[in-house]
Write a protein that binds this ligand. Sequence first.
Ligand code: 5RP
Length: 221
Amino acid sequence: MNLKRIAAEKAVEFVEDGMKVGLGTGSTAYWAICKLGELVKEGLSIQAVATSLASEKLAQEHGVPLIPFAKLDGLDLTIDGADELDHQLRLIKGGGGALLREKIVAFHSKQLIIVADESKLVDTLGTFPLPVEIVSFAMEWTMDALRALHCKPMLRTDEEKLFVTDNGNYIADCHFEVISDAEELQRRLMGIPGIVDQGLFLGMASKAVIGHSSGHVNILE
Ligand code: 5RP
């Protein structure tokens, strides 16, 4: 059973005709985009924006209508995945490297619905390394500043080259193991020049739709 798929398809049930919808990134959001494509073919009318070049391409392939940002004054809802979520709907995102675009789109959405399989639900964030998007200028100093926060930052690579985000930046995956105070960590990270954004999404998700191996889907709010 594909838990990501059942969660994503359940979340798509919240999309109503005429809505403006943000399309997330990753292997769970993938299923939401496919399902939206099917519904659009059956007559659903939506206007969408994508959170990555990969999701933009997928939406085009599946016939989901993409609208320029300048033509929309915000979104009704966004459906996106997460790398970890806790029971307060605090998230770690950015495993796919799209955290900055995902956060911008989520910020301008009335609702952010997270779709995930049960393995993503945790009591305390931090086992998944926190993705931090950094600019290349003086990045060694930015990495030092990250180390000073008591984590092990690793520059993300892709086929032995540095991974480059859709925005032309790098990702430092920061191994904290346990994030005991996510709000304080966010505050400290965002105080470091050179960090464009980081993968903690706090107070942003309105719901999480979780697929379980028993075949049922539950919704956390
Ligand atoms: C991409 C993300 C993804 O939503 C996150 O990595 C989850 O991905 P997947 O659904 O493939 O497990 O934040 O930047």
